[in-house]
Design a protein around this ligand. Structure first.
Ligand code: TRP
Length: 361
């Protein structure tokens, strides 16, 4: 069986380091591993519109930003297909048929949708499109017969619903769809990278993000202001690692070679952690180290972005070509779906012959 990846992001803002460790970095590794037959990366503008109906300008402006961030991270348009969701009408058609396989109460139980409804104060007035976006996401995934969806933990409920839809479809109408699996980040820190204020998640509305495209002095300022252990006041005080943003970021970003380069007094992260918990290690020193690590990781990303920024027309062309290629694949799946559902009347000579016979005397 082919190994196919599909994943994507809503274009509601620039991507940040949470997106990077949560999924982007992994996508580039998977792309370069050569183990996958096809990789589709989707800019989910139609999904973004489900809770931004009154602000289409925001979505429109951020498609290019997300595309630039993808390319900056090393998504290679020769190896991966980047597409814009709204340009594939087949996805909407698939969604419409899948809607019959999902109940309202099942959607109401989706924990990610539940918490998003709370966050957006939608309780009394949930847009129907927003409420049903997990179904449209199942269409995104199945249209490309994806086997693997690299994504964050918050996407687990979407994958569960997709599997249910696939199972139901294949049972009711016959095998036409592939069951996908989620591929989660490898470690805890990457799974849920907190904002620089230590709050649960990086989010634009909380103003606690480090963006991928951020300039070096801005990155440094943010690192130096990070939340650590509020009880670690004097250098000699023993420090706590739990909830300590700086150490969580080091878990997500640091590699042994960073120690050789920037902090040779320590062999590895464990030694640094041990010293911190023992006492005698100041926050500033750890923050300076994290700054070096982040700067090293972000510099090539920023440079590549600046290169692509010089040729925006080329980037739009990548998106157009990718969307066209993706539409062909989605159209094949839609045909298979309609065949399975027997809503292919004009191709069904048996049906036509039967009805001719019925009225022939
Ligand atoms: N829901 C995802 C997010 O909020 C975006 C998305 C849309 C997606 N369709 C997808 C992710 C399909 C993985 C697979 O970021």
């Amino acid at each position: 069986m082919s190994k196919i990846i599909l994943t994507g992001d809503r274009p509601t803002g620039r991507l940040h380091v949470g997106h990077y460790v949560g999924s982007l970095r992994r996508r580039v590794e998977l792309q370069n591993s050569g183990e996958y037959d096809k990789i589709y990366i989707m800019i989910a503008d139609a999904q973004a519109l489900t809770d931004n109906a009154d602000n289409p300008e925001k979505v429109r402006e951020n498609i290019i930003e997300v595309a630039l961030d993808y390319l900056a991270c090393g998504i290679d348009p020769e190896k991966s297909t980047i597409l814009i969701q709204s340009q594939i009408p087949e996805l909407t058609e698939l969604t419409f048929y899948y809607m019959n396989l999902v109940t309202v109460s099942r959607l109401q139980r989706n924990p990610t949708v539940k918490s998003e409804i709370k966050m957006r104060n939608f309780e009394a007035s949930i847009p129907v499109g927003f409420f049903t976006y997990p179904i449209s996401q199942a269409a995104d995934i199945t249209a490309f017969q994806a086997t693997t969806v690299p994504a964050g933990e918050d996407q687990m409920p979407m994958l569960e619903q997709t599997k249910e839809i696939v199972h139901k479809f294949n049972t009711v109408y016959g095998e036409a769809l592939t069951e996908p699996n989620i591929l989660l980040p490898e470690n805890e820190a990457c799974l849920r990278l907190p904002g620089i204020d230590g709050k649960a998640k990086m989010s634009k509305s909380l103003g606690n993000c480090i963006y991928l495209a951020e300039e070096p002095d801005e990155v440094k300022k943010k690192v130096m202001s990070m939340y650590t252990d509020p009880d670690h006041i004097k250098i000699t005080d023993p420090g706590k690692l739990e909830g300590n943003t700086v150490f969580i970021y080091l878990d997500a970003f640091s590699k042994p070679e960073h120690f050789e380069r920037y902090l040779p007094e320590y062999a590895n992260l464990q030694e640094l952690k041990d010293h911190y918990t023992r006492g005698g290690l100041g926050d500033v020193k750890v923050k300076k180290f994290l700054n070096n690590v982040l700067q090293e990781e972000l510099e090539p990303i920023r440079n590549r972005r600046h290169e692509y920024e010089k040729d925006i027309a080329y980037v739009y062309n990548i998106l157009k070509k990718g969307s066209e290629e993706a539409e062909k694949v989605a159209a094949q799946t839609l045909t298979a779906v309609k065949d399975a559902m027997k809503i292919n009347y004009f191709e069904d000579s048996e049906l036509i012959a039967k009805h001719i016979a019925k009225y022939q005397k």
